[in-house]
Design a protein around this ligand. Sequence first.
Ligand SMILES: [Zn+2]
Length: 210
Amino acid sequence: MSVPTQLTHKGRPVPYIAAWSAEHVELPRLTDVSGALAIKGQRRAAGVLWTPWRWKPGVGEPHYAAVHGPRQRECMRLKLCQVCGRRTVRTDLGWPWLLEDHRGEGRWPEQEVTTHPPTCEECQPVSQIQCRPNRGRFVSVRVGDVAIDGVHGQLYRRAARPVPVGKRVLFTGDARLRWMLGNQIAATLLDVTVVDMHTQAPVSREAVRR
Ligand SMILES: [Zn+2]
């Protein structure tokens, strides 16, 4: 696999999964085919209808808030860094990940469901500074096992002209997946260890320095 170069725009790094203006596709007409959402000429890959995108990273203007579905899914499946697009390195504790800080919530970060792909060690400090609106609010973790079992997208209600009812995460086996236009993989993170972002050594979740 070729190693992508970090794209920049006006001197600022652009994350690998950010969409560029030349990549947006006007949404084709959605229809009901045999009780499932359909786009003419497009197959359902493994039972999911995915939002169509062009693949032209670096062309036009970056849209930091728009996630390019095919690159996000590539990152999740191959454990590529969402910022630089390079393969992340697994240690005894697992793959490197940055998570929003939800320390007040139950078992967090174990079984966290996220649409954020891994972030390599080199990109983590940069992301902590550059990412808006979560600047300075990420925690570094290592993830021993990743279940690729969710789809994030727009759920529709069955009709001759299907009606959008909201963004959702649905998991494998959910019958409503037939009525979802998916864009991103939602992964469930297992065997998670909180680490120091700079040393990558394990720390208690209360002791994380930022
Ligand atoms: Zn990286």
